[in-house]
Design a protein around this ligand. Structure first.
Ligand code: MN
Length: 477
């Protein structure tokens, strides 16, 4: 994926100035140390040129977003028709080619060339006037902190591109009677692009029956390379390999990058997929348990933003008040990308679901700053809730808890953090990400036009309640 860099200008300045604009813009684009390439595309001088560029950007599958910068003044009425059609994420980069004002060199020609302080205000006005979703980054283009903000926006834009093409396979419906995992799939497709559809568990079982022993051998070798085998029950491990291959075949045939299933509908399957699901998540697929397709999709989007990151489906389970910690885990399905040490494969009975003891990957989550994300349907709209947390190494070994686990403390502090999460309606299922930043989440929610609720060190329950009431007015329709 590439990002297009557009220098705003106009014909009035003459060829010499426009040549300088182009050369400087190329230098800026090439000099940005960001995760995805930024390529100089054009110097915008007219309404027709801008419209052509926007049409091309909209239809170019490899263009993930457009960055604009007005080196000189660039009258904004010529941008209106193009910007009105723009469907790709937009970043207005309010920068300047030179870091300092030179003493001897500065004259009126210099000022006419280096006037983003002037031109970018005109450009900012039209973005505000048209109420267009856009990220704004101000600062000198060689400043690493400025480049980091562009990188954050790029991650969001990559997530947007991925989200608009995301297919989610549901094996079975959601867990009976559960409310928070429900949602309006039509609304989600309109807002986020997700195509959420169901596939029969019986068809998955047929697919699993087609898997050969040789294919299972090969996948078990992959397991052995990545994890310690801490069980004698290799038949259970091999059955998970059969499940993983069957699930992945259906996902790949559909073109899906996320899936959900439920222990209440495993008809014809011997084990709840544990190791199978965990290894699929580690490979980049999103997952939500108990039919939670919203968390499955959100996990996949965050993984697309950070392909080498630490991201997992997660669930809040139990509290320790004296240590002020939440124990996060799941029946089985936690992603080993968040593991602190080399994980191990174990086989244990599962108290729920009346199936054979499933093989699963067991480990402790790593320590560090992270965020938990939950997307809920509050009736007529989606709300994305994000809370800052600090993950800690579990303070005891819990030898009789044979699942992957982690512990964390929520912001702003333990009890207010819990209160804020409940006030906002956040689910028990979340995406735990050690990588995603405030700016990336904010950019993603803005581009998608969904409500964002953040709970961090600055949040108070009083202010949060007020934010939610404002959201009810803003998003009313
Ligand atoms: Mn669950």
């Amino acid at each position: 994926m590439k990002f297009w860099f557009i220098a705003g200008s106009q014909a009035m300045y003459g060829e010499e100035t426009l040549r300088r604009v182009e050369a400087d813009a190329k230098e800026i684009a090439a000099g940005l140390k960001v995760p995805f390439p930024v390529v100089y595309k054009m110097t915008a001088k007219s309404n027709a040129e801008i419209c052509e560029m926007v049409k091309e950007a909209n239809y170019d599958e490899d263009c993930a977003g457009v960055i604009t910068f007005c080196h000189t003044f660039s009258p904004s009425k010529m941008w209106i028709n193009g910007l009105a059609m723009l469907q790709k994420p937009w970043l207005h980069f309010h920068t300047q080619f030179n870091e300092s004002i030179p003493n001897e060199e500065i004259d009126m020609d210099y000022m006419n060339l280096h006037q983003s302080a002037h031109g970018d205000r005109e450009h900012g006005f039209i973005g505000a006037r048209m109420r267009l979703p856009r990220a704004i980054v101000a600062g000198y283009w060689k400043d690493p902190q400025v480049q980091a903000k562009i990188a954050d926006w790029q991650r969001a834009a990559i997530g947007v591109q991925f989200s608009r093409n995301l297919k989610i396979v549901r094996f079975g419906d959601n867990m009976r009677e559960v409310a928070v995992t429900e949602g309006d799939k039509v609304e989600v497709q309109i807002k986020l692009g997700w195509q959420v559809n169901t596939w029969a568990v019986g068809d998955l079982v047929k697919e699993m029956d087609q898997v050969t022993e040789a294919e299972i051998d090969a996948l078990v070798k992959e397991y052995e390379a990545a994890y310690d085998i801490a069980t004698d029950d290799m038949e259970a491990v091999r059955y998970q390999a059969r499940e993983e291959i069957g699930i992945e075949r259906i996902l790949d045939r559909v073109g899906a990058k996320a899936f959900s299933n439920t222990f209440e509908d495993l008809y014809g399957m011997k084990q709840l997929p544990g190791l199978a699901t965990q290894h699929l998540m580690a490979k980049g697929y999103g997952f939500g348990a108990e039919g939670d397709w919203k968390t499955a999709g959100l996990t996949a989007v965050v993984k697309a933003m950070y392909p080498d990151g630490a991201t997992s489906f997660m669930e809040d389970y139990t509290y320790d008040y004296p240590h002020e910690l939440i124990l996060g885990a799941h029946m089985l399905e936690v992603d080993p990308s968040i593991a602190a040490d080399r994980p191990r494969i174990e086989v244990h009975p599962l108290g729920i679901g009346h199936k054979e003891p499933p093989a699963r990957i067991v480990f402790e989550g790593k320590a560090g700053a992270a965020k938990v994300l939950s997307m809920i349907d509050v009736g007529g709209r989606l709300r994305l809730i994000v809370q800052d947390v600090v993950c800690e190494k579990p303070f005891q070994s819990m030898p009789n808890l044979p699942v992957a686990r982690t512990m964390w403390k929520p912001a702003p502090d333990f009890l207010r953090g819990l209160e804020c999460w409940i006030i906002a309606g956040g689910a028990h299922h979340t995406v735990l990400s050690y990588d995603i930043t405030d700016d990336t989440i904010r950019d993603f929610a803005r581009i998608m036009g969904i409500e964002l609720v953040t709970i961090n060190a600055d949040t108070t329950p009083v202010a949060l309640e007020r934010d939610l009431m404002l959201g009810d007015i803003i998003y009313r329709r």
